[in-house]
Write a protein that binds this ligand. Structure first.
Ligand code: GRF
Length: 200
């Protein structure tokens, strides 16, 4: 299956997915909305096609998303992976890739959609934090949940220390979710990702 990965920065989740060498997966392109995204050079060095679509060059979100969809579709992906892609997407765009676009979010959704998730979890006195891989729907950081990873919050934790621990989990969880998608193991039933069948 062809996969297009969208990034905005460092791209460590993108790297984890590429390095996982998922059977049946071909990384068709890495696309960034920011020309200076560090992950672009990393991908290009490995011979992966890269492209930049600078959102600042577009008058509206609709115009940007239309151009982005055209660029993505040129690579004929079966799966679009958002990996630290820091743009809010229009409903038209999310509908176009319904059931074939994944995102990773650094909280245990539905808690803490949006930004500054770890700071908010610490502020609330949460005892655990984590990350969620989910299918993308029109509502930000919603959509059928594929998998979640949990870390305990410790007394001396800061948003940065939590982010570092959660990021390690992200790097395990996201390649595994992509592997399951590519293996046709992810099925959305009644708006939820069905649990894997129990062995008979
Ligand atoms: C990750 O924490 C991800 O959950 C969030 O943005 C960060 C991206 O990191 N959406 P990277 O660019 O994959 O290194």
């Amino acid at each position: 299956k062809n996969i297009v990965i969208l990034i905005s920065g460092r791209g460590s989740n993108m790297q984890a997915i590429v390095d996982a060498n998922i059977p049946g997966a071909r990384i068709a392109a890495v696309i960034s909305n920011r020309p200076d995204a560090a992950g672009l050079a990393w991908a290009a060095e490995r011979g992966i096609a890269t492209a930049v679509l600078d959102h600042k060059a577009y008058a509206s979100r609709e115009d940007f998303d239309a151009a982005l969809a055209q660029l993505i579709d040129g690579f004929q992906p079966q799966l679009v992976v958002l990996a630290g892609f820091m743009r809010i997407l229009t409903a038209d765009f999310t509908r176009r890739y319904e059931g074939r676009m994944l995102n990773i979010h650094p909280s245990l959704l539905p808690a803490f959609p949006g930004l500054h998730t770890h700071a908010r979890a610490l502020e609330m006195g949460c005892k655990v934090a984590g990350c969620t891989v989910h299918f993308v729907t029109a509502e930000l950081d919603h959509g059928p949940i594929v998998s979640q990873g949990v870390v305990s919050l410790l007394p001396d934790d800061t948003p940065d220390s939590v982010a570092a621990r959660v990021l390690q989990l992200e790097h395990q969880l996201y390649p595994d979710a992509v592997r399951r998608f590519v293996a046709d193991e992810l099925h959305i039933v009644a708006g939820k990702v069905a649990s894997p069948a129990q062995p008979a």
